[in-house]
Design a binder for this molecule. Sequence first.
Ligand SMILES: *Cc1c(COP(=O)(O)O)cnc(C)c1O
Length: 373
Amino acid sequence: MSFERVAIDELALNLNPLQTGGRASAAARKAAARFSDGYSVCDRCAGVLHDIEKPDIKCFAVELAEFVGMDRAAVTMGAREGKFAIFHTLSEPGRGAVLDANAHYSTYVAAQRAGLEVFKSTNTGDPDFRVTPDSFAETLEYCKSKTGKPAAAALLTHVDGDYGNLNDAAEFSKICKDAGVPLILNCAYSAGRMPVDGRALGVDFMVGSGHKSFAASGPVGFMGANGEWTERLFRTSLTHPNKNIELLGCTARGANVVSFMAALPGVKERVKRWDAEVAKAVRFVEAMESLGEIRQVGEKPKRHDLIRFETPLFHRIAENSRKRGYFLHSALADRGITGLKPGQTRWFKMSTFGFTDEQIDYLIEAFKEIARM
Ligand SMILES: *Cc1c(COP(=O)(O)O)cnc(C)c1O
């Protein structure tokens, strides 16, 4: 069996939005390597993972909560595990969960596993695919009329993985407060890339992803709660009073949590450069659209690095190419660029996160050349 993976990131520019924010920092790699033994963080554990002081998971949980503006946070195995824990805490038989139209599949699965019926809002469709606060309010109403009670939970995807649209969470939290429904903000694509402050946004719960947006190897993420919800989410077992029910006692307990810890200082610095990240995305979109027969879909101008393009231009070139649908992937590979799905030419998603201005120039030149093929 081979575990070689040198071609990605080390030798190529990787455009896969799933991976650009999760490239492990040097510090995260080193920490993960040192803790690669099973249960390696448990040498000094007195029974509670989040109370371990060597390595200092205890301090880290406090620092992380502060960083994202939540009263309390805990490390999970990923964003989805956090969502499930929160839905599970709030779930009651016969109740619903309201989700935005652009919610990730893992949000559905998490709500369903927790026994909640899912009610999905609408979006504005082509070209913006925006979720409006009004559509969310209507779905909250609809859920109530169908189940006879307010939704047990609402979840807003802060930045979605299809279009990279950024939702104004503060507006949605007002609507949820009025409806008496706790709001979960899914920050898988936001926290760790851009500044996020859960208290300022007025959200009750938050989840985030370490391997997607915190430069950590993971699998790792976090969940957080504010105010009165903190105690409910972090309730403990009657039989084992120091074990958190929703954390199943312990969550990330090895290389994954230390990679997250080691990555945080760098992440705190990089979120300060978010305006420059957005400027890169905007510049890239302009350059791509100037090639003709290429259109960015989702909100415009971009406020996030995840970009979705419709590319009839590349589809037309593919039809005349010997390599057919594989021409784009192969032409990019020839130029040291990877991360698009092989065979895809009608549309694709990509991310400009973390590239230098020079690398963005290089990417633009490469697509320009390919457009002339
Ligand atoms: C990637 C993604 C997830 C999944 O994150 P994990 O940490 O892997 O569970 C959840 N929600 C959104 C919006 C995502 O883009």
